[in-house]
Ligand binder design. Structure first.
Ligand SMILES: Cc1cc2nc3c(=O)[nH]c(=O)nc-3n(C[C@H](O)[C@H](O)[C@H](O)COP(=O)(O)OP(=O)(O)OC[C@H]3O[C@@H](n4cnc5c(N)ncnc54)[C@H](O)[C@@H]3O)c2cc1C
Ligand code: SF4
Length: 501
């Protein structure tokens, strides 16, 4: 490759594509990001990359994207080659270019004492241009292997696994219990974070490549895992980890207290034009969101768009510091406070609050307040909460609608144990080093086996499981091995994300 650009960061300041103004975006369901970007601007941002000897950004990216290579290609104006480079490690760069929390950026060498390269914006721009130019087309395999694989679940893990296996020549059928494919990309993450046409056009691409989608089919009801094992040469369970964690305090059964996902799925369906029975609405209400992760933020933003009177987001943990602490050095994923896009739009956050009851002071069976305590936590060496000291007792917080977004436990399925699968203490599916479950020929990937995480991890899991299935069927594989399994830094970076969603 010709000479690089070691001083680009001295010439240009970091400038991501950015979001639409709050006043405009918080009243509609269109994507929060600016829809247009300028090619010359992005090229200058690519020039900020120094092509460091050790590209720590790649270690920060859970799938080890070749970030310096596409930064350089963009700087040189070779967008098509950049797209190919991007697709070499990531099947769906727009899923990440729009929704990824970008753990690569705090790991960029520039982030040591300057602002990192705007990697996520460059990724988005490359794939946006790929779609605009018509460069992203179906790539059916040249020949078929004769093997057939069933994938259960069509979230990012299932879709990535399906595309990789199909490109290796196997016949792939994806089973999905919902009416539309896409998993949490379709039903969980709101339209204003990723517009659903972005998921739909990928499903169209996969279908044109020869993958069969059977939607509205829940494996375990009617059709069983045993049926799939009989019919297919291998099965992959990419069924997510959508079983919500509950808050077990007095008054939990009152009307007006809902799981976040019940609320978010409804709004996604409504935006798709579906009629929702028993709608949960925030209009005119005092809304309290329990949980400080992505799901909680999406509830805050949705409540604002529905016209909530006010929104309060309660976090059980203390607020993160503004700067890295010595215990969290670069290039680890930075554990610092950054206001979420949702809080930028409005609402209030409180920290270190533990809920002790939901109350119905009017006696009509509906929640009207929450009782909480402000606490200081004691943690063990692994960061688990092991004790608490009460700083303020019985603070009453008015609430007409409470949304519980305190995490997920494992797959939402009652039949896993009866099917003969083994589960971990966290409720996820146990697999061996080759991602195979205790049932021969049955593999698991994505949130279902690693616990709730983020889209980029799910894509990486899908790619890895495809390679393992290919080896199982064919005795070897030409599918790429991901960097995730061999890179110890990537494994370390995994942990913070488990806590966040
Ligand atoms: C509200 C919310 C917001 C989020 N925001 C972000 C974000 O901004 N950025 C980010 O990176 N990550 C985000 N995440 C996390 C991300 O969506 C997940 O980590 C990712 O979707 C996991 O992918 P998956 O394929 O493993 O599972 P899922 O996306 O959960 O897909 C699993 C699929 O399996 C199907 N299924 C389950 N059981 C069966 C069965 N028995 N038969 C047939 N089908 C079945 C389900 O219907 C589902 O479609 C968010 C999560 C939530 C809940
Ligand atoms: S997928 Fe996420 S972590 Fe990886 S390069 Fe893109 S924005 Fe960064």
């Amino acid at each position: 490759m010709s000479e690089r650009h070691p001083d680009g960061f001295l010439k240009h300041k970091r400038q991501p594509i950015g979001n639409r103004p709050v006043i405009e975006r918080s009243t509609d369901y269109r994507e929060i990001y600016l829809p247009k970007w300028d090619q010359t601007h992005l090229q200058a941002q690519g020039e900020r990359c120094m092509d460091c000897g050790v590209p720590t950004c790649m270690g920060g990216c859970p799938i080890g994207n070749s970030i310096p290579d596409w930064n350089d290609l963009i700087y040189r104006g070779d967008w098509r080659a950049a797209l190919e480079q991007l697709h070499a490690t990531n099947n769906f760069p727009e899923f990440t270019g729009y929704t990824c929390p970008a753990p690569c950026e705090p790991a960029c060498v520039l982030a040591c004492n300057d602002e990192p390269v705007t990697i996520k914006s460059i990724e988005r721009a490359i794939v946006d241009r790929g779609w605009q130019e018509g460069w992203i087309r179906p790539q059916p395999p040249e020949k078929r292997s004769g093997f057939q694989v069933a994938i259960v679940g069509s979230g990012p893990a299932g879709l990535a696994a399906a595309q990789q296996l199909n490109r290796a020549g196997h016949r792939v059928t994806v089973y999905e219990r919902e009416n539309r494919a896409g998993g949490l990309m379709t039903y969980g993450i709101p339209d204003f974070k990723i517009a659903k046409h972005q998921v739909e056009r990928r499903i169209e691409q996969l279908s044109a490549e020869g993958i069969v989608f059977e939607t509205g089919v829940e494996i375990g009801k009617g059709r069983t895992l045993a049926d799939l094992r009989f019919q297919y040469d291998a099965v992959c369970l990419a069924i997510g980890a959508q079983k919500p964690r509950n808050v077990r305090v007095m008054g939990r059964d009152l009307a007006g207290v809902h799981f976040a996902m019940d609320y978010l799925v409804q709004e996604n369906c409504r935006q798709h034009g579906e009629v929702v029975t028993c709608p949960i609405s925030a209009k005119g209400k005092r809304v309290v969101v329990l949980g400080g992760g992505d799901t909680g933020a999406d509830c805050v933003a949705t409540a604002h768009r529905q016209g909530a009177r006010y929104v309060l987001q309660i976090n059980i943990n203390p607020q993160l510091p503004d700067e890295r602490t010595p215990a969290n050095p670069w290039p680890e994923y930075s554990q610092t406070y950054v206001a979420s896009y949702a809080i930028e739009e409005g609402g209030e956050e409180v920290y270190s609050m533990d809920i002790i009851a939901f109350e119905d002071n009017k006696g009509n069976g509906h929640v009207d307040s929450i009782v909480a305590e402000r606490v200081a936590w004691r943690y063990d060496e692994e960061g688990k909460r092991v004790g608490r000291h009460v700083l303020e007792t019985k603070r009453a917080i008015a609430a007409d609608l409470v949304l519980v977004a305190i995490g997920f436990q494992g797959p939402r399925s009652e039949t896993l144990k009866a099917d003969g699968l083994e589960l971990t203490a966290r409720g996820t599916i146990t697999t061996n080093a080759n991602m195979m479950t205790v049932l021969p020929g049955v593999f698991a990937a994505g949130d279902a086996q690693m616990g709730p995480s983020i889209v980029v991890w799910a894509i990486g899991e899908g790619r890895d499981v495809a390679r393992q299935i290919d080896i199982f069927l064919s005795g070897g594989s030409r599918l790429p091995a991901s960097l995730r399994t061999s890179n110890p830094y990537i494994s370390r970076a995994k942990r913070p994300y488990r806590k966040q969603v």
